[in-house]
Design a protein around this ligand. Structure first.
Ligand code: AMP
Length: 222
């Protein structure tokens, strides 16, 4: 069997999944597959399907499973994912988790599921101060992780912006959806012995080194 490595990062919106996935991507040479980023980049607001997807995102609701699952299937078939992927924001419910199991079964299945713990209050604070690079998706925080020049990405000089769904009303619904649907995946992966837990209140570097240590300990990478 051609074994591939698939990590699923779990945690409330704002826990730092995207930030950690980007660091891991560089270190492990596996692509970050963020369904939220893919939706944002490919959104075409002039088509009916683009507008429909945007309406779910603007409300903080999940985009329908069939759309999301098909998109991930296509993404995982691209050549850069031949060794596996770091999944960030997918799966978000049990139907998606089962679909991911089917997609990855020929390659040994999901390898490890790090869960980054963070309280709602902290998540809210982080998300409302979050800024994202329009071109490369690098993530900053106005207070905790600012760019060197205000409004400009350190990585590629792109423009930093606040996501439409990072406003408090939408964040509250995203947290609700997380607890109602995504949190079921904690039990799902725990039962499979794949779950590892990390305190997300630590610094970006601390979370990253803990993640790397866990991957090494479980002998799934590095
Ligand atoms: P994120 O960037 O991961 O916070 O995702 C932003 C928004 O994209 C979510 O609030 C959903 O509307 C949509 N989205 C991202 N990933 C998924 C997914 N796996 N299933 C359904 N909708 C998703």
């Amino acid at each position: 069997m051609n074994r591939r490595i698939y990590f699923v990062l779990l945690g409330v919106p704002g826990a730092g999944k995207g930030t950690q996935a980007k660091l891991l991507e560089k270190r492990l040479g596996l692509p970050q597959v963020s369904t939220g980023d893919i939706f944002r980049h490919n959104l075409n607001s002039t088509t009916a399907s683009g507008l429909l997807i945007k309406s779910y995102m603007d409300r903080g609701e999940l985009v329908p499973d069939e759309v999301t699952i098909r998109m991930v299937e296509d993404r995982l078939r691209l050549p850069d994912a031949a060794g596996g992927a770091i999944l960030d924001g997918f799966p978000r419910n049990l139907v998606q988790a089962e679909a991911l199991d089917r997609m990855t079964a020929p390659y040994g299945g999901v390898s490890l599921v790090p869960l980054i713990h963070l309280s709602d209050e902290e998540a809210m604070q982080r998300i409302t101060g979050r800024r994202v690079c329009r071109s490369c998706g690098a993530v900053y925080h106005v207070e905790y992780n600012p760019s060197r020049i205000d409004g400009v990405c350190d990585v590629d000089g792109g423009e930093l912006y606040q996501r439409d769904d990072d406003k408090p009303e939408t964040v509250r619904n995203r947290l609700y959806v997380y607890y109602k649907q995504t949190s079921q995946l904690i039990g799902y992966y725990y039962a499979k012995g794949m779950l590892v837990e990390i305190d997300g209140r630590q610094s970006i570097e601390q979370v990253q080194s803990e993640l790397i240590a866990l991957l090494a300990e479980k002998e799934v990478a590095v």
